[in-house]
Design a protein around this ligand. Structure first.
Ligand code: 5GP
Length: 192
């Protein structure tokens, strides 16, 4: 997605530890017009399938999922990163190691919001080692729901999450794939 690649080059900041900061347009301050384009692109990529619900993980996935959901006309459910008081009763849960925070969270979705007859599209901001997406896939599997595919905004192609997810047979679509990222030489995108 050219618009997204241009924005990453213009406003993304490469930080130590293989982190790309996109907090001026994607996951702190949010450019809603760009998110609309992103939502439409997910609709173009997955629009030929039946999707009943979009699943993401808090916090950065929520805005992306909500705007995508406008184009699919379906609800969004987001996995919470810790058990909170307003989730009573049964939950689906998986353990997810955080790439950015280097800790492990239990991610949780109430059983009320994922059911076997549903067809789920997973959406997230970044794909690095694939732990977040694979954790979300586990929740879909526990619910007995059908996973339609996974859409990520930025895939860090030099980490192995994309390979792992594609090898698991999941239809993964990434709107920008970073092939290389270096503080001195900048970013090179994978050409599709
Ligand atoms: P994974 O689980 O695939 O290893 O990492 C994906 C999660 O870590 C995403 O939900 C995202 O929040 C965070 N993440 C991974 N790499 C980056 C990065 O370079 N920049 C930012 N801002 N977040 C990242």
């Amino acid at each position: 997605m050219k618009l997204l690649q241009d924005r990453i080059v213009a406003d993304g900041k490469i930080e130590a530890g293989n982190i790309l900061k996109v907090d001026s347009f994607l996951n702190h301050q949010i450019d809603v017009s760009l998110l609309e384009e992103i939502g439409q692109e997910f609709k173009r990529q997955f629009g030929d399938r039946e999707v009943n619900k979009i699943l993401t993980i808090e916090a950065s996935g929520i805005a992306i999922a909500c705007i995508a959901a406008r184009y699919f006309n379906v609800p969004v459910v987001f996995a919470k990163k810790s058990r909170s008081l307003n989730i009573a009763g049964d939950v689906y849960t998986a353990k997810v190691e955080s790439f950015t925070h280097k800790n492990t969270n239990d991610i949780i979705v109430s059983k009320k919001f994922l059911s076997p007859e549903e067809r789920i599209l997973i959406v997230d901001d970044f794909l690095a080692n694939g732990k977040a997406i694979l954790g979300l896939c586990q929740l879909v599997e526990q619910a007995g729901a059908t996973l339609v595919g996974a859409g990520v905004v930025i895939e860090k192609g030099f980490q192995d999450g994309g390979k792992r997810i594609r090898e698991a047979g999941i239809d993964l679509r990434s709107l920008a794939i970073l092939e290389e990222m270096d503080v001195n030489t900048g970013i090179r995108f994978r050409e599709e």
